[in-house]
Design a protein. Structure first.
Lengths: 355, 432
């Protein structure tokens, strides 16, 4: 039986899974919807990675270099449109520039990722589509990447900027009852970058509670507060209205128990994670169970974070829910190993049966 | 109606007298709230505080609130260390805020602070600016003047500083008159020199040192206040002036060890005087006596239930918890019991950081004195029938606690004794 693993998705999770498969001598087929590898960090213009502010470009180059291997068969601008068979004998239909084709794979790793929450779904709260100076974390990321952080409405540097946390996360009404896990760190990281770039700009983070798990506490949160003078105000915002060319932000300062009505030049919405369209589509095509939020269900958690409801199909990265890069890389390695082992376990079973 | 007086209390408008259409709506009936919304988060106050030498850690608070339940002042009012950061982060530089003077620098919040926000450095830094701007409560300003003029906070004549030795019952040599080096220079300190109860402790100390055959002397009328509480209350210039005078004396005479009665002096000599040019061995008297305790020839039983109050500047802020307890345990007959707040979690008497000189001001902002709370705790531990003793090792405390025993209605239930007085008592033959 050929040891072939189909990896769906060419972002960090998929690149690392494909690299790992090839590294141990198995064959990987890597399928990516876009014309370039890199996934959301590339598509959403990530500049500096949380927590160390290392270059996202360097990290992606490293990941891309990892799949430059004769054992990795890369299909760009290609999507999965059908799947039959089972563990050891999946037949998957790919639709790409050359039309449709069918590949055979012993097992599959789904690495189709997430998409950023669309703040337009928060109706009449944040005016994302109404006020150009209301932006999202990835919008800010792009400006930081270009070293040009300005108010979109005027092209001038902002005098004050507020981040609003938990936009699209932890919300029963929106259906996203989960914490998106990375936004507190990413917002703090961007706040540091803004303070570095614009030392006269006051930066505020309005939050329900800061969720700086693990080392991010001292790697991001404390430096942001202690060295970069980012002002953390507990309390969240429910309304943004334009006033005199600026943004009047209304919320509650819960520490003071008083309303907040503060004028800001720019507001950054810390949007959370939702399953990408690719994750939803692929889950349907492969027949793997999704959880109530649309992410790929991992029934074996917490002991098995990569197994799906279908034997031989594994998941890595944010296709399985909000993940940071460390989670993603760990899952990719685990998923690759489990995918190969599933094929080899089958092969061993066949050998012993034939004796 | 327009001309009537307006009572303005923190955003609330209330007319003292108001009659509308013949209906009297004086007082709370016409209460109106001002705009409550916060319209700006100015960063200048925080930048200013953290720009002061000592104020740096103010920014680091992340509002966990661990400090508030252990802050003694919080038990009797609205003040809490966490709330200082809240105020500064919202533009209040504290210069005109009573909170600036409520902290006793007892250090219990710093003990539990996960972010190491340190009011022992922050408060003096901001208070120093208040002093420079003349924004000091009157009673504290009055004490600063007395310290400046007389070298002691009571404003007593410096020429009477050593008057207490006349009634010590043993010779108390002045180092200036000895004309030779001594083993121990005993720094007597302010309250021990002038306050009636402090003088009791001084005389007891003289007798104990004599009983031990210690080669000691005092500075006498040359001695000046250590200045540490003035420093913590924001008068760093005054502190440095007093320190300079004392350091001149320390350098003039030869001695092996400096022994002090007052933990605040201990703190100053150990932690602050080195940067001003004096370095030497300094011991609190309990630390000096504890290793010698086996040499004490006790003459009588002291049949008492005793609890011990850890002074903030001996215990928590300088780490000495054992020496006082070793002395107490050595006294025949004493039964030592701990109060719930002891050692690292000792409860402040309210006298530190200038609190000693702010009783009137503080009283306007708290429901009861810290010393009163502490006395209630002591009574609950050892006192109901008058044989209970609250033992202390800081000259601020006898007067504070004895006042509190009276004001809490515990007269006759609890007595306050310096440890040195209990030692002295046990060294005397049992009285008839």
């Amino acid at each position: 039986m050929p040891e072939t693993v189909l990896v769906i998705g060419g972002g960090p999770a998929g690149l690392e899974a494909a690299r790992a498969v090839a590294e141990v001598g198995a064959q990987a087929i890597l399928v990516e919807r876009r014309a370039v590898l890199g996934g959301t960090p590339d598509e959403s213009n990530y500049a500096a990675l949380t927590p160390h502010l290392g270059s996202a470009q360097d990290a992606l180059d490293l990941l891309r270099a990892g799949v430059q291997d004769p054992n990795v068969d890369i299909h760009l601008e290609t999507t999965v449109t059908g799947c039959t068979g089972s563990l050891g004998d999946f037949r998957v239909t790919l639709s790409g520039p050359g039309g449709e084709s069918t590949v055979k794979a012993g097992s599959i790793v789904v690495a189709t990722g997430f998409q950023h929450f669309d703040p337009g779904r928060e109706t009449q709260m944040y005016g994302y589509y109404e006020y150009p100076d209301v932006i999202t974390l990835p919008d800010a990321e792009k400006m930081l990447k270009d070293h040009h952080f300005v108010r979109p409405s005027t092209g001038e540097a902002p005098r004050n900027v507020a981040f609003i946390q938990c936009v699209g996360s932890r919300d029963r009404r929106l259906g996203n009852e989960y914490c998106s896990k990375v936004c507190c760190g990413v917002a703090s990281k961007e706040a540091i970058e803004i303070r570095q770039m614009l030392p006269d700009c006051k930066v505020y983070i309005f939050y329900i509670d800061m969720r700086m798990y693990g080392y991010w506490e001292s790697q991001i949160y404390w430096p942001a507060q202690e060295q970069y003078n980012v002002n953390y105000i507990r309390g969240i915002v429910t309304e943004i209205v334009g006033k005199d060319g600026r943004l009047l932000m209304k919320g509650e300062d819960t520490t003071m128990g008083r309303p907040v009505e503060v004028l800001m030049d720019m507001i950054v919405l810390s949007v959370g994670m939702e399953p990408s369209k690719g994750t939803r589509d692929v889950a349907g095509i492969l027949g793997v169970e999704q959880n109530k939020y649309g992410f790929i269900h991992t029934p074996g958690e917490p002991m098995d974070p990569v197994g799906t409801s279908v034997p031989g199909i594994f998941v890595a990265g944010a296709a399985a829910g909000p993940k940071d890069l460390e989670d993603t890389m760990s899952m990719a390695g685990a998923a690759a190993m489990r995918a190969i082992r599933a094929i080899r376990g089958l092969a061993r079973a066949e050998v012993s049966a034939s004796r | 109606m327009r001309d009537l007086p307006v009572i303005k209390v923190d955003g609330v408008l209330e007319l003292e007298h108001a009659v509308v259409d013949g209906v009297d709506i004086s007082g709370h009936w016409n209460r109106m709230f001002n705009q409550r919304a916060i319209n700006a988060y100015p960063t200048e106050a925080m930048d200013w505080v953290t720009g002061l030498a000592g104020g740096e850690s103010m920014r680091d608070c992340y509002q966990c609130g661990k400090c508030v339940p252990v802050c003694p002042v919080n038990h009797v009012g609205d003040y809490g260390p966490r709330k200082l950061n809240v105020k500064v982060l919202r533009g209040n530089n504290l210069l005109d805020d009573p909170d600036l003077w409520l902290c006793t620098t007892c250090g219990n919040c710093y003990r539990v602070c996960p972010k190491e926000v340190n009011p022992l450095r922050i408060m003096p830094a901001i208070r120093e600016q208040a002093v420079l701007e003349g924004k000091v409560p009157d009673e504290l300003a009055d004490v600063f003047q007395k310290l400046q003029r007389t070298g002691n906070p009571q404003g007593e004549s410096p020429r009477k500083r050593a008057d207490w030795i006349a009634e010590a019952g043993v010779p108390v040599p002045l180092i200036s008159e000895l004309g030779r080096p001594v083993d121990v220079l005993w720094y007597v300190s302010d309250y021990t020199s002038y306050h009636p109860r402090g003088k009791d402790a001084a005389r007891a100390m003289a007798r104990v040192l004599t009983a031990l055959g210690v080669d000691f002397a005092i500075l006498g009328n040359e001695e000046r206040s250590d200045g540490d509480s003035a420093r913590l209350a924001g008068e760093s210039g005054l502190f440095e002036m007093l320190a300079e005078q004392n350091i001149k004396l320390f350098n003039k005479y030869q001695f092996r060890q400096l022994v002090v009665m007052d933990p605040h002096a201990f703190n100053a000599f150990k932690n602050e005087y080195p940067r001003l040019g004096w370095q030497g061995e300094v011991l609190h008297y309990t630390q000096f006596l504890a290793p010698l305790v086996d040499r004490l020839q006790f003459q009588s039983q002291v049949d008492l239930d005793v609890t011990y109050h850890d002074p903030c500047y001996l215990g928590r802020n300088n780490g000495e918890f054992d020496a006082p307890r070793r002395l107490l345990e050595a006294i025949p007959g004493i039964r030592l019991a701990e109060m719930p707040h002891n050692k690292q979690n000792g409860y402040c008497c309210g006298g530190g950081g200038g609190g000693m000189w702010l009783d009137g001001f503080v009283a306007d902002h708290v429901s009861e004195r810290l010393s009163e709370r502490r006395v209630r705790e002591a009574v609950a531990t050892v006192g109901t029938d008058g044989t209970g003793v609250l033992s202390v090792a800081c000259p601020y405390e006898p007067s504070r606690f004895e006042d509190a025993v009276k004001s809490t209605g515990n007269d006759g239930r609890l007595v306050v004794r310096d440890i040195i007085e209990l030692l002295d008592q046990a060294l005397q033959p049992a009285s008839a």
